[in-house]
Design a protein around this ligand. Structure first.
Ligand code: 5GP
Length: 116
């Protein structure tokens, strides 16, 4: 596996790979997914390169809370007053492909359930 500190998303954070960034602060960054699955599809990513949710430690609780508040902020910014879905794919069975923790913010259409 790629070093967590040198993930695709770390390269976006360091501006080595271009992305459409919609929000950034000292703990997190949010940018549009390159392969959107909904009219609004934004990834909210911690600057700390935690590989996946299962690797988070108790000291990460502030970052994890901040990520959810960032999703809320960005959803407001995007005008998703009708609702939205937040997804964290975790590990192989979760369908995770990039091993740098990220929250998918999906909106702009009604979502189905259950997910595939
Ligand atoms: P995962 O499958 O790990 O939950 O989600 C990874 C997401 O990253 C996918 O939705 C994929 O489209 C997105 N992605 C992969 N490479 C890039 C990239 O270079 N730029 C952006 N903006 N998104 C990417």
């Amino acid at each position: 596996m790629t070093e967590a500190s040198d993930t695709l998303f770390s390269k976006i954070i360091r501006r080595e790979i271009p992305a459409t960034i919609v929000y950034e602060d000292e703990l997190a960054i949010a940018f549009r997914d390159i392969n959107p699955q909904a009219p609004v599809h934004i990834l909210v990513v911690p600057k700390k390169p935690i590989p996946k949710l299962a690797d988070a430690v108790p000291e990460d609780h502030r970052i994890l809370g901040h990520l959810l508040m960032t999703v809320k902020r960005v959803a407001d910014q995007e005008g998703l007053e009708n609702g939205y879905r937040v997804v964290i794919n975790t590990g192989a069975d979760g369908g995770q492909t990039v091993y740098h923790l990220h929250l998918h913010l999906l909106g702009g259409r009604a979502m189905g359930w259950p997910p595939g």
